[in-house]
Each structure stands twice: as structure tokens, then as C-alpha cells.
Write a protein that binds this ligand. Structure first.
Ligand code: HEM
Length: 272
């Protein structure tokens, strides 16, 4: 199955690359091609619209201020299943796009065990064997797969509730709402992780690239795979460079205070 999925995906990526390019500057790596980014933002927008319209239908209090956005109460009820359908279709393509790199492996179990040290900054680098996606990202992906199936099945039953037995409709409501709560909580965590918690991640989904520093910090095995350089070695080299640079600046400042300096740039300090 995975090779036919990969073939389909390759074809889609090639087609999309005709409509937009990803510019990779020096010191950056290509993370997500245009096809992936278009899918991701289609999923994200349709999800937010489904969530907002869904909450408006669920809660009379929210109904008052959200429904006008969609053109009134009955319009919100009408649009909600269509937003959901777009979400499901877009996510189906995203599923095919990420099916292979999201395979769960032993490495992900290892990542989960060390996740605490990594999140609390006790460890500055992710575990050495962390590939393109880490265990947390894979968990999020599979939670969406599970919730998308629940949304689709229960959503269709609720949409056509006039031909479905009442007890099935009642169970569908509960399952639909549980899936919405799981998705809302994981969505909040996802936004936090991809913005404030790990600076430099957001650009992966905007211009498609990340810095090499980001790659060796969060996904060392992927970094090594695409550059052929060991991530820890790259990190240590960068740390040494940084150390030398701050020592040179300190020295220069000391000399300046004691009046020994030549003009900046004329000294022998190595600012490389
Ligand atoms: C609207 C706010 C959102 C932001 C700022 C955002 C940002 C990002 C970024 C930057 C990545 C790339 C991470 C990487 O390359 O390592 C990513 C990946 C991903 N996004 Fe989003 N996203 C948003 C909404 C969503 C929504 C609504 C969904 C699905 C319901 C979603 C599902 C995913 C998945 C499954 C991944 C791959 C796994 C992961 O990185 O966690 N995203 N997102």
C-alpha cells in the first residue's frame, strides 16, 4: 500500500510544484513542499470553520456572537456539515501525504520517554534518532485520523437524522462532541508547539523551510539524513563558533575600556 500511496503523492507534489516554488536560502533546509502547505492550510481553515460553527450550534450563548459571522442561525446549521466535509476530504489527502513518515516506530516510543527532559529544556537537543516527525507529532496525526473518522461517520448520521433511529442519533451526538473536545485541546497544544514553544517552526508551513539549527535541534536524524553531517557534531561546531565569537567581543570590549583598541574590524579577533 505504501508504495502506491507514495507514487500518488509524488505525482501530486510534482503537479503542485508547477504553481508555486519554495526558495531555500543558504543555511536552510526544505521542510514542506507547496503541496503539503496547501493541504495543511486547507485542513486548518476548514477545521477552524467547522469548530466555530459547531460550537455556535452546540451552545446558545456562543450562538449569539458566532452565528452572525456565518449569516445567521440557520445558515450556520446549513454550513457546518459542508465545512466538515471539506475538512475530511482535505485531511484524506493530507493523510496520504504523510502516511509514510507518520509510521509509528520504536524510535517514537523512545522519544516519548525522553519528551519531558526535552520540553523542560533539560536536554537541548531532541533524542539523536528523531526523524522527520517526532513521537508527539505522530500522536497528534493519529488522533486526527481517529477523530476525522468519528466526525465523518457520526456527522453523516446527524446530517440525515430523519432516516436514522433516535438512539443512534443520541450516541452520535455524544461521540461527535467527544471528538470535538479532543481536537480542540490538541489543536491548542499544536499551535503552542509550532509557534511559542519551538521558535522557527512556523516558517516550515509558511515558506516551507527551516534553519539548519532548527533541524539539528528538533529532528537530528532527519538533519543527518539530508545533509550527511552528524547533528551533534554540527551543534557542537556551532556552539564553539558562538563561544569564540562572544570571547572575541568580550576581549574587544575590555580593550576598548582600557583604551587599547584599534578601530573595529582592524583588530586580530576572529569574528567568523
Ligand atoms: C491554525 C493554526 C495552526 C498552525 C500555526 C499550525 C502550524 C503548523 C506547523 C508550523 C507545522 C509544521 C511542523 C513541522 O514541520 O515540524 C504543522 C504541522 C502539522 N499540522 Fe498544523 N498548524 C495549525 C493548524 C492545524 C490544524 C487545524 C490541524 C488539523 C486539524 C493541523 C494539523 C497538523 C499536523 C497533523 C501536522 C504534522 C504533525 C505536527 O507537526 O504536529 N494543524 N502545523
Amino acid at each position: 500500500m505504501s508504495s502506491s500511496v507514495q507514487r500518488f503523492d509524488e505525482k501530486a507534489r510534482r503537479k503542485f510544484s508547477r504553481y508555486g516554488q519554495t526558495v531555500v536560502h543558504r543555511g536552510e533546509l526544505l521542510r514542506h513542499p507547496i503541496y503539503t502547505r496547501v493541504l495543511h492550510w486547507t485542513v486548518a481553515i476548514s477545521f477552524v470553520l467547522s469548530l466555530l460553527s459547531g460550537f455556535a450550534i452546540y451552545s446558545p450563548w456562543l450562538y449569539r456572537w458566532i452565528t452572525p459571522i456565518f449569516g445567521g442561525g440557520s445558515m450556520t446549521r446549513f454550513l457546518h456539515p459542508w465545512f466538515g466535509l471539506v475538512f475530511n476530504i482535505a485531511f484524506l489527502f493530507q493523510f496520504l501525504n504523510w502516511f509514510v513518515p507518520m509510521h509509528w516506530t520504536k524510535v517514537d516510543k523512545h522519544w516519548l520517554k525522553q519528551a519531558r527532559d526535552y520540553f523542560t529544556n533539560k536536554e537541548s537537543l531532541a533524542p539523536r534518532d528523531t526523524g522527520f516527525f517526532n513521537g508527539g507529532q505522530k500522536l497528534y496525526f493519529w488522533a486526527i485520523v481517529f477523530c476525522a473518522i468519528v466526525f465523518l461517520v457520526t456527522g453523516l448520521l446527524l446530517w440525515f437524522d430523519h432516516v436514522v433511529p433516535r438512539w443512534i442519533v443520541a450516541i452520535s451526538y455524544v461521540l461527535h462532541d467527544i471528538a470535538a473536545v479532543i481536537m480542540l485541546l490538541s489543536f491548542i497544544a499544536h499551535i503552542y508547539e509550532t509557534t511559542a514553544a519551538q521558535p522557527g517552526t512556523f516558517s516550515a508551513m509558511v515558506d516551507g523551510t527551516v534553519s539548519e539549527e532548527w533541524a539539528w535541534t528538533h529532528h537530528p536524524a532527519w538533519y543527518s539524513e539530508v545533509t550527511g553531517v552528524d547533528a551533534r557534531e554540527a551543534y557542537e561546531r556551532a556552539r564553539d563558533r558562538q563561544l569564540k565569537r562572544s570571547q572575541a567581543i568580550e576581549e574587544w570590549e575590555k580593550k576598548e575600556r582600557t583604551g587599547e583598541t584599534t578601530k573595529p574590524g582592524g583588530g586580530s579577533a576572529n569574528y567568523d
